[in-house]
Design a protein around this ligand. Structure first.
Ligand SMILES: [Zn+2]
Length: 103
């Protein structure tokens, strides 16, 4: 059961972007890392490869470890720990540890 999924709203709890709220763009499943919008930005200098193409400086996100981010519960709007629960249909859902709501 993943603690954090693509599209989740999260808060950064450690590092350069500590305290920032953003959303998950992509999860790296094997390395437990995530791309988070506007978090851990790095600068890429690109060179024009073809004629007419523009080179320049591009900003893009780099992966940060999942342990440095916490999901924000959609119900109580607080960063929470995730509990999971098995429903009767055998489906696993995530629960907020603060308000106990499914999110
Ligand atoms: Zn909650």
């Amino acid at each position: 059961m993943e603690r954090i999924k693509k599209g989740d709203t999260i808060v950064v709890i450690a590092g350069r972007d500590k305290g920032k709220r953003s959303t998950i763009i992509k999860i790296h499943p094997t390395e437990s890392k995530a791309l988070v919008k506007d978090v851990s930005m790095i600068i890429r200098h690109t060179k024009p490869r073809r004629q007419g193409e523009q080179g320049g400086i591009k900003h893009r996100e780099s992966y940060i470890p999942l342990c440095k981010i916490m999901p924000i519960c959609g119900s109580c709007n607080k960063p929470c720990r995730v509990n999971s629960k098995m429903l009767d249909e055998g489906k696993r859902v995530r629960l907020c540890n603060i308000c106990k709501e499914i999110f």
